[in-house]
Structure formats: structure tokens, C-alpha cells
Ligand binder design. Structure first.
Ligand code: GAP
Length: 576
């Protein structure tokens, strides 16, 4: 079995995750988290929330999943959120053309290639349908929009879409959210929740889903003034794979400190660099193996329609690099778009330190002259005069002013224009904030955590497989076992389990089978510690650590404190 097949089998058998709706044949791209998986997911989300919401002083929102069509007209998803679909001429299975190319040639990031080139590559490499082997040469590639459409209310008069990213639920509420931030930049808004993409060919278990969970942070900044606290992450070392490194023949990722990468221009955006540093720390914390991790910059053709620059966090899983998160500078794209498509104000008033005195050029065209003279064009001429006044005051120096409307020139005598330059005091200006966006996939993080935690070894001559999950995210923190069913041990063990639960620890009580079997069961789901109650000496218990299988004996009345300290990281097992 491949490592992936082993992990996926374990995940299903031990309640991590499995394909949904199996009773009805299952649907690709939809997965259910079992008891272990749901707890692991929640723990991962909690650590993300703690790091990216609470510790950063941001606030979290919870927006609806269904949003009306105009949102996605403005965001660009209706027009530009497509994948390359190729249909097999024989079995009619649908495939992503870029994936077929990546899987069968040495070409990477085929997604960034233009469609005619992808069509040529299918023919050139004689690529075939992964399902039935039919030749795909000459098959046309279609742009397939990934959004799930629905109808809001009865009938189909109001189309809606399931959000393809949680981000839009934040952007559309900016006019309200800026009030909560007291109109002060920078401020960050986070959201953890489901997103939906009608993927052409969902694959690799949790890696490409049709329903998945994102944890996104939208940081609104004034690009001219706001700077990140780069010193917080200046010394964080990370493997960086810039676009330039990828494009050079022997380019390899380089591990360097985030601060140095900014100083040397490898990461050009200090905000993106800041979040790469935080993300590296967070991924380490939840248990991603840093030997199998890198940050990769997007190649120019790979950038999303809204992004000026973007880096991905990537992890190596069973030989393939997979994208875990994206860190983009979205510029003013989103707020400008929603500002121009809606009637709301997506700008923010930026107060100057000192009021500014400015000269303003205005016109007050004499409509009783323009109307009779120019008929239907009069209003447009009035507007063109104002635009010209703002752009070029010297145009008003002569006896007449010339403006162009719809390609036709009009000459207006100066006495009917009423041009004037007046002095005004301005307290500030309206700006469209820019957006820095770290966008994390929770399912991919969870899948990678489980993969990277998978271990096999031998204990007392017996093969063992276990998940070396970090105690902070492990679904169950401690297993509690009575050694035997005699001497009141089950009752004592039950009351220990209750006490530990009251202390907020997640506990699995198990009294069936040999102690060895019970340890193996907990090892396999990644429980970091097991407590066994035995009768001798009275009033004590052993704590066994999963990875080393070592045991220490502690007094029962200290047990809860010791385990709590192990959970918070105040103590480590080897110091007990
Ligand atoms: N708001 C930006 C955005 O959505 P993205 O790179 O398309 O950016 C962010 O998505 C993250 O969401 C990805 O890095 C990945 O972890 C996760 N993701 C995207 N599509 C996914 C899918 N079909 N299945 C599972 N996770 C997915």
C-alpha cells in the first residue's frame, strides 16, 4: 500500500474522515469527518483562531454561504473563475486538462498556460483519458465555471451562488465592518467556514474537495502608511522558492530568515512576508513536518484575477507538493469592484494630520446658453467642462473653451462657463483600502498533519503504527484504563476520567482487552498520553507517553495537574 492508501484506510477505520453518502454510492469531493477528525479539525481551527484572530487583535465574522449573483459579477468570479475542462470522446468522463498534462509530462503549473497551448500539449504528448485510455488529441478545451449555482426563493428570478471563497462574505460587508473598526486602518477581519467549488475532478481525498473549509484573514490597510511589525518574524527561517528560482534551470528553494528575504527583495511585499513568518510558526505548531514544507511564489501566469503578488505554503505529501495556503496582496481590487457595482461606500475617510489648504477649480456653466445652443449634448458638455477644469486650468485662459463630447468638438465662449479657482480646506480624503489576504485551507492542513504524523515502529517485538500528533491538536489527549476489573480499579479509573474531563481535557476511557491492545488503539488515533490505574502502590497511576512508550508513576492527587501542564506545554514528559 502507498503511504496515502495506508493513511486513508486508517482515517476511515479509526473515525478521522471518509467519503460522504456512501449508502447512496457516495459523491466525489464530499467528505465527512468522524469523531476523531471532527475533534482534530476543531483543534486546528482553535489554534488558527488564537494566532490569527485573537493574538493579532483582529475580529471574526460569520457570513452566509449563499450570496446573490451581483456579488460575483463584481468580484469577477462569474467571468473568471474557470478551470480547463476536457471531455473524453469515448467514455465522456470530464477531466482537468492541466492536471492530465502535469501528471503525464514534466510540466508544472499547466494551469497558467493559455488554452490553445494546453490543447497542443494534449496532442503533442499523445495524452489519453485517465478513465478509459481514449486519445484526447484534438479534443476542445472548455472553460468551466467552478461556482455552484442555486435559486434564492421560489422560481429562478434570483440566482445565487455558494461562495467559492469565504473572503467575499467579508468584502461585501466592508461598509459595516469599517464602522466596527471605528474607520481606522489597518484592521483585520477573519472567518473560518465552508467554501464550495464544483471541481471538475475532485481527487486525493481531502486535497481537492467540492465542499471545504477555509480560514481566511482579510487585512485592510492604507498602502501608503501602514507597515507590518516585521521584527516579530524577522528571524523566522523558512524555505523560499521565488518565481525567479523556479524559472532558473537549477533553481532550488533557499532557506533564509524572513527579514533577510525582505531586505534582499526576494519577498517584495513586507505584509506578505509578515504572514509567511506567522504561518511558518503556526504550521510548525500544529505538526506539519518542516522538512517537507516550503513557500512558493506564484509564477506570473498563475496569479488569480485579483492578485498583485502571491506566495503559497506548500507541503510534500507522499511525493507531491500540495498547496496548503495562499498569501496574496489583493490591492484595492475587491473594494473598488464592490464600490463601483453597488450603491454602498467602500472607501474610508482618511483624516490628514493637519488640514490641507487646496485650490479647487470649478465651472458653473450657463445652461440657459448651453441648452438652446447645443440641445441634447448640453448636460454632457457641462460635465466635460468640469472634468477639464480639474485636469487643465490653462484651457480656460482664452476667450473660449473647447471640449470634446462623443468625438465631437464644442467651443463655448468663456463668459458662459464661469470658471473659478477657490481655496478650500480639506480635513482628509476618501481612500480605497488595500487588502492583504492569508487564506488557509483547513482540510488540506488536517490531511497533511495526519500524513506527516503517521509512523510505524516495533514495540516489544510487535509492529505498531501510530500518529505522532502534537498534544495541542490531538483529538483525544489522554486514555484512561483500569489495569484489571478488580480491586475497585474501574470505579477509580472512571472517577479519574471524570475529573480530567472537568479540567477540560479530552479523555477516552477504555477497559476492554489487554493493556497492550488498549495502548495500540490510542497510539493509532494519536492520543499522546495514557494513564493506567493499578492497585500497587495504592493512590498512584502510570502515565505512558505515546512516542517513546516510556512510563512514569505519579500520585493520583497530582495526576490532573501534571496532565494539564503537559497539555499547556508548561511541562514536558521527560521532566516528570
Ligand atoms: N480567498 C483566496 C482563495 O480562496 P485559494 O488559493 O483559491 O485562495 C485558499 O484557496 C486555500 O483553500 C488553498 O490554499 C487550499 O488550501 C484551499 N482550497 C482551495 N480549493 C480547495 C479544494 N477544492 N479542496 C480543498 N481545499 C481547497
Amino acid at each position: 500500500m502507498t503511504e496515502t492508501a495506508t493513511v486513508v484506510e486508517l482515517a476511515k477505520r479509526r473515525g478521522y474522515f471518509f467519503q460522504s453518502s456512501r449508502a447512496y454510492g457516495g459523491v466525489s469531493g464530499f467528505y465527512t469527518y468522524g469523531p476523531q477528525g471532527a475533534a482534530l479539525k476543531e483543534n486546528i481551527e482553535d489554534t488558527w483562531r488564537e494566532r490569527f484572530t485573537l493574538k493579532e487583535g483582529n475580529f471574526e465574522v460569520d457570513a452566509p454561504i449563499v450570496m446573490p449573483e451581483p456579488v460575483f459579477e463584481a468580484s469577477g468570479h462569474l467571468d473568471g473563475f474557470d478551470d480547463m475542462l476536457v471531455e473524453c470522446p469515448e467514455c465522456h468522463a470530464s477531466h482537468r486538462a492541466d492536471h492530465i498534462i502535469e501528471d503525464n509530462t514534466g510540466i508544472e503549473e499547466a494551469e497558467s498556460l493559455p488554452i490553445p497551448e494546453v490543447e497542443n500539449l494534449l496532442a503533442e504528448h499523445e495524452l489519453t483519458c485517465p478513465n478509459c485510455g481514449a486519445d484526447l488529441a484534438g479534443q476542445a478545451i472548455e472553460e468551466f465555471n467552478l461556482m455552484f449555482q442555486t435559486s434564492i426563493g421560489p422560481g429562478s428570478s434570483q440566482p445565487g451562488y455558494l461562495r467559492p471563497e469565504t473572503a467575499q462574505g467579508i468584502f461585501v460587508e466592508f461598509p459595516q465592518l469599517k464602522e466596527y473598526a471605528r474607520n481606522q486602518l489597518p484592521f483585520g477581519v477573519t472567518q473560518i467556514g465552508p467554501a464550495y467549488r464544483n471541481e471538475i475532478s475532485p481527487r486525493k481525498s481531502l486535497l481537492r474537495l467540492r465542499e471545504f473549509t477555509q480560514a481566511e484573514l482579510e487585512l485592510f490597510i492604507d498602502p501608503e502608511e501602514d507597515e507590518p511589525a516585521l521584527d516579530v518574524v524577522r528571524d523566522v527561517e523558512a524555505p523560499l522558492y521565488s518565481a525567479e528560482m523556479q524559472e532558473s534551470d537549477d533553481g532550488e528553494p533557499v532557506t533564509m530568515a524572513i527579514g533577510d528575504a525582505v531586505d534582499e527583495g526576494i519577498i517584495s511585499d513586507a505584509w506578505v512576508a509578515y504572514y509567511l513568518g506567522l504561518a511558518k510558526q503556526w504550521y510548525t505548531r500544529i505538526g506539519i513536518d518542516m522538512e517537507k514544507f516550503r513557500f512558493r511564489q506564484h509564477l506570473p501566469g498563475e496569479l488569480a484575477h485579483y492578485a498583485a503578488d502571491c506566495w503559497d505554503a506548500e507541503a510534500l505529501v507522499d511525493g507531491d507538493w500540495i498547496e496548503l495556503a495562499g498569501f496574496a496582496n489583493r490591492g484595492d481590487y475587491d473594494l473598488s469592484k464592490h464600490g463601483s457595482y453597488s450603491d454602498e461606500d467602500f472607501t474610508l475617510f482618511k483624516q490628514y494630520d493637519e488640514p490641507k489648504h487646496v485650490e479647487r477649480a470649478t465651472v458653473d456653466p450657463d445652461m440657459s446658453y448651453l441648452g438652446p445652443e447645443f440641445g441634447g449634448a448640453a448636460a454632457d458638455i457641462g460635465e466635460a467642462l468640469q472634468t477639464l477644469a480639474e485636469r487643465d486650468r490653462s484651457a480656460f485662459d482664452g476667450d473660449s473653451v473647447e471640449v470634446e463630447v462623443d468625438g465631437e468638438a464644442y467651443e463655448i465662449p468663456s463668459e458662459h462657463v464661469n470658471f473659478e479657482v477657490s481655496e478650500e480646506t480639506e480635513a482628509g480624503e476618501h481612500i480605497v483600502p488595500h487588502v492583504i489576504e492569508p487564506s488557509f485551507g483547513v482540510d488540506r492542513a488536517l490531511y497533511t498533519v495526519v500524513h506527516h504524523a503517521y509512523r510505524e515502529d516495533e514495540v516489544e517485538g510487535e509492529e505498531r503504527s501510530y500518529l505522532a500528533l502534537k498534544p495541542e491538536v490531538a483529538p483525544t489527549f489522554v486514555g484512561v484504563f483500569p489495569l484489571t476489573s478488580k480491586d475497585g480499579l474501574p470505579e477509580t479509573a472512571q472517577s479519574v476520567a471524570t475529573e480530567l474531563r472537568e479540567r477540560g481535557l479530552s479523555v477516552a476511557y477504555d477497559d476492554s482487552g489487554s493493556i497492550g491492545r488498549r495502548y495500540r488503539r490510542q497510539d493509532e488515533v494519536g492520543t499522546p498520553f495514557c494513564v493506567t490505574l493499578d492497585a500497587d502502590p495504592e493512590g498512584t497511576a502510570t502515565i505512558r507517553e505515546r512516542d517513546s512508550t516510556e512510563q512514569v508513576r505519579v500520585d493520583l492527587d497530582e495526576l490532573a495537574d501534571v496532565l494539564t501542564a503537559l497539555r499547556t506545554g508548561e511541562r514536558t514528559f521527560d521532566t516528570l
